[in-house]
Design a protein around this ligand. Structure first.
Ligand code: ZN
Length: 271
């Protein structure tokens, strides 16, 4: 089974100890690719540095909406130059978070739009964080999708990470050219909407993720999540659709490669 974790933060301090073991467990579980997602200046640099250690780790760079208030024009210029680097596969995570509201909403909107502009200019997809903002962020992403050069190339314009909306909302993002990412929380008993989304969208529009160290699967609640557990998201997705886990793994891995514009060798090495 070949698995691709489309969203993780394994460059963070939660993984400072024992990262080689984490990567070895992921390899043993069949993980052949991991996106390492930045969210502030330090984590962006750390994502690029960590990804340089393996051709199967893929860095993304962006400023999280929680910290939007601290994003200066100089920081945006810095982000654009990082986003242009050939090894960087996406701009993100970026978005709106009206649940925690850690930065003023007006500032979140402005910083999101600045970063969507960077993604258009560098011609890379976006990793979108949206919490309690699924209605409003749609307007921003519609404008973005209309100008992204990726659409004309037949590639996804981005990924809705840990999508928390409804199946009906998810379909509208797929129409815009986004793929939707299913996290390990699909295994939670009360998460019926995630299973509806996994069953109701075309398989070609789905990827899986861990969001490590957050959002562990049901059986590991309260523990640090890690890329090996992406298997639980694939199994949850496969069960929701009534297909074999192997088929779900192959499809979501191919979709993640298409999203990020990368390829994994048939005989993939260890992470
Ligand atoms: Zn994240």
């Amino acid at each position: 089974m070949r698995l691709f974790d489309s969203h993780s933060h394994i460059q963070g301090r939660e993984f400072a100890a024992g990262l080689p073991d984490v990567l070895a467990r992921a390899t043993a579980a069949g993980v052949v690719g991991v996106a390492v997602c930045g969210y502030d200046p330090e984590s962006n640099q750390a994502a690029i540095a960590l990804a340089a250690t393996s051709p199967q780790l893929f860095p993304t760079v962006g400023y999280h909406p929680h910290d939007a208030n601290e994003v200066t024009p100089a920081a945006l210029a810095e982000l654009e130059s990082l986003a242009r680097r050939p090894e960087v596969v996406a701009v993100g995570e970026i978005g709106l978070d009206f649940y925690r509201d850690l930065s003023p909403r007006e500032v979140q909107r402005r910083v999101l739009n600045e970063q969507l502009g960077i993604a258009v200019r560098v011609g890379k997809p976006v990793c979108v964080h949206s919490r309690a903002a699924e209605g409003e962020i749609y307007e921003h992403l519609t404008m973005y999708a209309g100008s992204s050069p990726l659409r004309g190339r037949g590639r996804p314009v981005g990924v809705m990470h840990c999508f928390g909306g409804t199946l009906e909302q998810a379909r509208r993002y797929v129409e815009l050219g986004f793929v939707v990412s299913i996290p390990c929380t699909i295994t939670y008993q009360n998460n019926t909407e995630a299973r509806r989304i996994a069953a109701g969208l075309p398989l070609s529009a789905l990827v899986v993720e861990t969001d490590s160290p957050y959002l562990p699967p049901r059986d590991l609640r309260g523990k640090r999540n890690e890329p090996a557990n992406v298997r639980a998201a694939v199994e949850g997705l496969a069960a929701a659709r009534g297909i074999a886990a192997e088929a779900a793994a192959e499809a979501t891995t191919a979709n993640a490669c298409q999203l990020f514009g990368v390829s994994i060798p048939v005989k993939a090495g260890a992470l």
